[in-house]
Every structure is written in structure tokens, then in C-alpha cells.
Design a protein around this ligand. Structure first.
Ligand code: TRP
Length: 354
């Protein structure tokens, strides 16, 4: 329980092309949350140099994520859309969090283990400290709710651990500055400065798998472009990729039970359901007993109907970058105002001279 003003924050990394999985798993949720919440959506460019330092066209990647947000319906006037590096307070708070978090916490992160692979000694220090920057992204706005995919849950738990340790360790100082909030942690009433963030994972968050292999996640790093539908693909490309998508020879089952052991069928039915805003069971009620030769054209029609307006708008936005750059600049200014206030208070709590 806490009494912080509800605020939604989320971030997307500007690495590689956005695809259908990113849209259905994240951006569509961002759009839905705007009606009922104050939201901040960030292109996390500082995160993108943790795994790979040099990028061919980082500016273009940053713009294309912002364009995807806007083309999908995020309102940059009512809410805030900006790129992380425009607000230096993220990095400043991340440093402080590096001193709050313990090395052991970081070493336990499964994403670090996956990304660093066998040669851990050679991973960047930034890759290890990444979750501390992610916690700073959220907490520099004292945001309370974070829509993320399942794979980010562990990072959010770490953000809670950081907030909790900061709140407890600086308890007296927080009280002295008068900027804290009464909150209960477990049974314990404390006066904390940072909220304990809640993940927003619910809703139909489909795991969108590769069109070439239903057991692998759709990924921007897959060598085959046929494995994914990119948000910049035109209608013809979308149709071709779905037509070529791997399937099995059987007809669709009438119930979800029948999708077991058929990863490609499961994936295409899941994509249909997510695009239609229905469930796999609903889709199978309609298409049970039908062959892929019939189902695929229906999926193509639906995918093109849903995605074409977005891909078209994205292309338009990417043609003239002044508009998108203006949105990011303005969003950056608004974000900086808020982050500046937080950092003043944090410096005061820690005891730096102002
Ligand atoms: N780590 C997230 C990802 O890879 C991106 C991210 C960075 C983020 N900072 C964030 C997500 C803050 C939510 C909130 O998907």
C-alpha cells in the first residue's frame, strides 16, 4: 500500500527494428493506459549502449521508436514522450542506486547471465549495472506502475529492493526533509521517498513467436527477416511473411487443448487473437476444423487492417524528422522539470551540498 500519486512509466530500447511482438506486448498497452493514467514513455537510449557500444544509426533508431509510439496512438501532448539521454538525472540517480544496490543482486539477474553469456569478465560494467539505471528511469519520476513484459519482472523486483533499501537507510533524513510519504512495507509503517513500483503485466500479453520457428520468440536479432513482422513492413510484405509462415499439415483444432505440441499453429492463432482483441478459444470457435490455406488469408486481412494505419503513419513520421525531434525535445524538457525536482530532494536527503 502506498499513497504516491499514480504514474505510469515505461521504456523501450532503440535497438533494431520494432516488430509485431513489441507492438502487441508493449506499445499497445501503453496506448490503452493513457485514458486512465498520467504516463511517461521513454526511448531508453542509454540502455542501448550496454550490450553494444557503437551503433550505426542510433539517432534513426531512437526516432523510429518515438514514431512507433506516436503512430500507435500515444498522445505526446497529454503524456510525455522523450529519449532518456535528454534527461541527465537518469544517469545521476543511477549512480546513487549503484551505491544502494549490492553486487550480489546484480549477479542474480537472469537477463545479465543470458546476455553476458560465458564470457562474463568481458561484458560491459554497464550491462551489469543496467537494472540500476532502469530503477532510476522509473524512480526519478517516482512512478508507481510499469507496463512491461514478463522478462522484465525480475528487474522491477530489483527496483523495489533498491527503493526499499533507500527508504529504510535514509528514513530519518527523509522525514527531516518533509518530502516523504507514509507507507507500509510488510507490516512496518515507514516514511519513504520512493514508491515500491508495481508491474502491469496483465491483459492479453501474448508471447509472439517467430514465424519460422514457433518455439523461439519473435526477435529483432533473428537472421531471417521472414521470422518477424516489422512495424515498418508494408501490406504486401506482411502478407508474404504470413503466407510463408511455418505451419503443420493439420487443420486447426476446435479447442485450445488441440494446440498443444503445435507451436506454429499456437502462435498464429495467438497472433490472430491478440490482433482481434479476443482469445484463442474464440478464434478456434470460429476457425476450428479449417485448413491453414483458409486461416492464413483471414490472418493476413486482419493483420493488414490493424497494422497498416500504424506502419503508414510511422513511415510518414520518419520522412520528416523535424516533427519527431520537436516532440522528443519538448517531452525531454517536461521530463527534465520533474526529474530536476526529484534530484534536488535526493541530494538533500543524502546530504550533498546544494
Ligand atoms: N529493460 C527494458 C527492456 O529491455 C527497457 C527499460 C529500461 C524499461 N528502463 C525501463 C522498461 C524502465 C520499463 C521501465 O525491455
Amino acid at each position: 500500500m502506498n499513497e504516491f500519486k499514480p504514474l505510469v512509466f515505461s521504456g523501450v530500447q532503440p535497438t533494431g527494428n520494432l516488430h509485431l511482438g513489441n507492438y502487441l506486448g508493449a506499445i499497445r498497452k501503453f496506448v490503452a493506459l493513457q485514458d486512465t493514467n498520467d504516463c511517461i514513455y521513454c526511448v531508453v537510449d542509454l540502455h542501448s549502449i550496454t550490450a553494444q557500444l557503437v551503433h550505426e544509426d542510433l539517432r534513426g533508431q531512437i526516432r523510429s521508436i518515438a514514431a512507433a509510439f506516436i503512430a500507435s496512438g500515444v498522445d505526446p501532448q497529454k503524456h510525455i514522450v522523450f529519449n532518456q539521454s535528454a534527461v541527465p538525472q537518469h544517469a545521476e540517480l543511477a549512480w546513487i542506486f549503484n551505491c544502494v544496490a549490492r553486487i550480489g543482486w546484480m549477479n542474480r539477474m537472469t537477463q545479465f547471465k543470458d546476455k553476458a553469456g560465458k564470457d562474463r569478465e568481458n561484458a560491459s560494467l554497464g550491462l551489469l549495472a543496467y537494472p540500476s539505471l532502469m530503477a532510476a528511469d522509473i524512480l526519478v519520476y517516482r512512478a508507481t506502475h510499469v507496463p512491461v513484459g514478463d522478462d522484465q519482472k525480475q528487474h522491477l523486483e530489483l527496483a523495489r529492493d533498491i527503493a526499499q533499501k533507500f527508504n529504510i537507510d535514509f528514513q530519518e533524513k527523509i522525514r527531516a526533509t518533509g518530502q516523504g510519504v507514509d507507507m507500509v512495507v510488510g507490516e512496518e509503517p515507514i516514511h519513504g521517498y520512493f514508491p515500491l513500483v508495481e508491474p502491469l503485466i496483465d491483459g492479453p500479453a501474448p508471447r509472439v513467436m517467430s514465424l519460422r520457428d514457433g518455439t523461439k520468440k519473435m526477435s529483432k536479432s533473428d537472421a531471417s527477416d521472414l521470422s518477424r513482422i516489422n512495424l515498418m513492413d508494408d501490406a504486401e510484405t506482411i502478407a508474404r511473411k504470413i503466407r510463408k509462415a511455418k505451419t503443420d499439415p493439420d487443420a486447426l483444432p476446435s479447442e485450445t487443448e488441440g494446440l498443444k505440441g503445435r507451436p506454429e499453429a499456437d502462435n498464429l492463432v495467438g497472433i490472430y487473437a491478440a490482433l482481434a482483441g479476443s482469445s484463442k478459444a474464440d478464434v478456434l470457435r470460429e476457425f476450428g476444423g479449417v485448413q491453414f490455406s483458409v486461416f492464413k488469408p483471414a490472418l493476413i486481412e486482419l493483420a493488414v487492417n490493424v497494422l497498416s494505419p500504424i506502419t503508414g503513419e510511422m513511415r510518414r513520421l520518419m520522412e520528416d524528422t523535424t516533427h519527431i525531434d520537436g516532440i522528443l525535445r519538448q517531452g525531454g524538457e517536461r521530463a527534465r522539470d520533474r526529474a530536476t525536482k526529484t534530484m534536488k530532494e535526493v541530494r538533500d536527503i543524502i546530504g550533498f551540498l546544494q
